[in-house]
Design a protein around this ligand. Structure first.
Ligand SMILES: [Zn+2]
Length: 653
């Protein structure tokens, strides 16, 4: 390879890494944003869309601190070791419909089905038939070498009858009987197993069992995997399981079906049988018979899937209500006795509004059914009963600004337009809608508290030197923040409106009004509620909200525009993309995602962050991938096009 080519390759790798980092940052902030929105009772995306973000981040950056909040398996003090078989993430289906869709896509001739064991993953690494290391999942590539503990666990073989070199994957489990007898203080078996297996003194490891389900041999010299080929001791997935058994490992039962429907039936039977099993399981793992090394090398293998059981439920007791404040709104958050759900301890759940509390008949002391939506967002699904001694839930009556709160049932809010909390929320909303990086809520709070900031317009009068004083951020960061702010000086009318945080009026709603001909701020402000109410998709209430909001915020909008720092872009709804919407997924070759989205806007179209019904096109360079977005687009009948098609439509190719 020539030097130039090397330089080019290095540049390419660097560029890709930067792109990936950018996407990771974007996903982090999206996830945080939507978690906040959810907790404030204003979810903007569906649970499934949220899951898609979560999964994408898990794939790009399994070690991201966001996941630490949910439960990490990091342990101090153990040597680190690299996996022989990297553990990527897994395709998931939690209902028969999405499972059958996956089957239709992969079209396996046979479906090999195993229990999905609910413990902690462990890779046993063998060299010439001797156990060399036992490595926890870690970040999927590097984990903790807990060999001394593993050697004390049931099912771990120190020596194999064959001189095998490679990895054997298993799940560390605590049998339910052991949990009940000895570790009943631990919330569940998985929790107990996770804790015990990493204890430095090794005590308790003898109470754990490793059940194995995967293996791959390596070429001794290079360490390269040859699953299913060359000198590997098995030719296909079924052969792999019999080899594991022959070696003496404990395995979970494997069934083989030729029809996907039979797998669905089997799942239903296993769900019924589940309470009687010796171990916890949380679904089935389904794969084809053949071993496909290329697929296994993917960050998320597509030819196997975790077919999970339906939602896990738990019962807890409602102890208190916290009223979470966001802008003008007060949202009830239920505080419950800690309970284990889908792998984490849950103590808080959004109760959305006072209507919901009333409809479920909840009181302080109620026993409630909890679930976790999308495995992350805890929810109180309903009331079990109200034991004696429960108390009515008190709804707060006054805002911190002194105004009486208004309880509309669907929303509890402070009606005072000058409420300081509203201003803070509005400024944060402006920064978030414009996607101004690094300008966080903490600094906004300090600027407001000190009286330096009294409106959105005030943001544009800030000097780097004074900003640097706040939060001791220093001048370099202060300048960067102001540069980020200045970079977003041109906004579409819809974004401008959405940035002013009128209750329930986001870009989508604003675009509906704009699309109906109210395509300048003047026209919108001149429009009466009757005229807006007949716009498709608006209606009386929304129209009235827009009119009231625009009138209340008129002076602040004028003040902002008068600074000259922000300009509303003229409408482009007449362009070739008028009425069309585009969602981009994966990496594009010739454009950054932001550039592609700007191109869509400039041609009168709308870029969309997720696949929804009514989307015109999903743009992807990997139309055959089994990503959630692709699947969803296909199920909605959304056109899936490549980058070149997109560029051609945009008149750029
Ligand atoms: Zn108030």
């Amino acid at each position: 390879m020539s030097l130039t080519a090397r330089g080019g390759a290095a540049y390419y790798v660097r560029a890709m890494a930067t792109k990936k980092d950018a996407r990771i940052g974007e996903l982090e902030s999206l996830i945080r944003l939507h978690q906040d929105l959810y907790y404030n009772g204003q979810p903007e995306i569906s649970d499934a869309d949220f899951d898609a973000l979560w999964d994408e981040l898990a794939e790009l950056d399994p070690g991201n601190p966001i996941f630490a909040a949910v439960g990490s398996d990091g342990a101090e003090g153990w040597p680190k070791a690299r996996h022989v078989m990297p553990m990527g993430s897994q395709e998931k289906a939690s209902d028969p419909e999405s499972f059958l869709a996956w089957c239709a896509k992969v079209g396996h001739a046979e479906y090999l089905v195993q229990y999905k064991l609910d413990g902690a993953s462990l890779e046993l690494q063998y060299e010439g038939g001797e156990l060399a290391r036992a490595v926890t999942r870690g970040d999927g590539e590097i984990g903790d070498d807990i060999s001394p503990n593993a050697r004390r666990m049931g099912g771990v073989l120190a020596r194999l009858p064959e001189a095998f070199t490679g990895g054997v994957r298993g799940e560390v489990l605590m049998p339910r009987s052991v949990h009940e007898g000895k570790y009943a203080d631990k919330a569940n078996c998985r929790n107990a197993a996770n804790g015990l297996m990493k204890r430095k003194d090794g005590s308790g490891s003898e109470d754990l069992v490793v059940v194995c389900y995967d293996a791959a041999g390596t070429v001794p010299a290079s360490g390269e995997l040859f699953p299913g080929g060359g000198a590997a001791p098995f030719a296909d997935e079924a052969g792999k399981m019999s080899w594991l058994e022959r070696m003496g490992f404990q395995v979970s039962p494997q069934r083989c079906f030729s029809r996907p429907e039979d797998v669905v039936d089997y799942r239903a039977r296993v769900m019924d049988r589940r309470p009687g099993l010796p171990y916890d399981i949380d679904g089935l793992v389904v794969k084809g018979r053949e071993i496909d090394p290329a697929d296994l090398a993917r960050a998320r293998p597509e030819k196997q899937i975790a077919f999970k059981f339906s939602l896990e439920e738990a019962i807890s007791t409602l102890r208190d209500i916290e009223w979470s404040e966001s802008g003008a709104n007060y949202t009830p958050i239920g505080i419950v006795d800690p309970v284990r759900l889908a792998g984490t301890t849950v103590q808080r759940a959004n109760l959305v509004n006072t209507n919901l509390i009333g409809a479920m008949g909840l009181r302080i002391g109620s026993r409630v059914i909890m679930t976790k939506r999308g495995e992350i967002i805890p929810k109180i699904e309903g009331l079990v009963d109200n034991p004696p001694g429960t108390m009515a839930i008190e709804v707060p009556s006054a805002c911190s600004c002194g105004s009486r709160l208004v309880d509309e049932g669907t929303r509890l809010f402070c009606p005072n337009p000058a409420c300081p909390k509203k201003l803070r929320h509005r400024i944060e909303k402006w920064l978030s809608v414009l996607d101004v990086r690094d300008f966080g809520g903490v600094i906004v709070g300090k600027l407001l508290d000190s009286g330096r900031l009294r409106s959105i317009a005030g943001l544009y009068g800030l000097e780097a030197a004074e900003l640097a004083e706040y939060d001791r951020m220093g001048e370099i960061l202060a300048r960067k923040i102001l540069r980020n702010l200045a970079a977003k000086s041109e906004v579409s009318l819809a974004r401008f409106i959405a940035g002013f945080d009128i209750e329930g009026i986001g870009e989508l709603i604003a675009e509906k009004a704009i699309g109906a001909g109210f395509d300048s701020l003047e026209k919108l402000r001149g429009a009466g509620a009757e005229a807006l109410a007949v716009v498709d998709g608006l209606g009386d209430i929304t129209a009235a909200t827009i009119v009231k909001g625009l009138s209340e915020l008129g002076p602040e909008m004028d003040e902002l525009l008068a600074t000259g720092a922000v300009r509303i872009l003229p409408p482009a709804a007449t362009g070739p993309f008028a009425g069309k919407s585009f969602c981009f997924t994966g990496e594009l070759k010739t454009l950054k995602r932001g550039e592609a989205e700007a191109l869509v806007r400039s041609l009168g179209g709308q870029p969309k962050p997720s696949v929804t019904k009514g989307l015109s096109y999903l743009v992807t360079n990997d139309p055959s991938s089994g990503s959630e977005k692709n699947k969803k687009a296909a199920s909605y009948g959304v056109g899936i096009i490549g980058e070149e098609d997109f560029l051609r439509m945009a008149g750029k190719a």
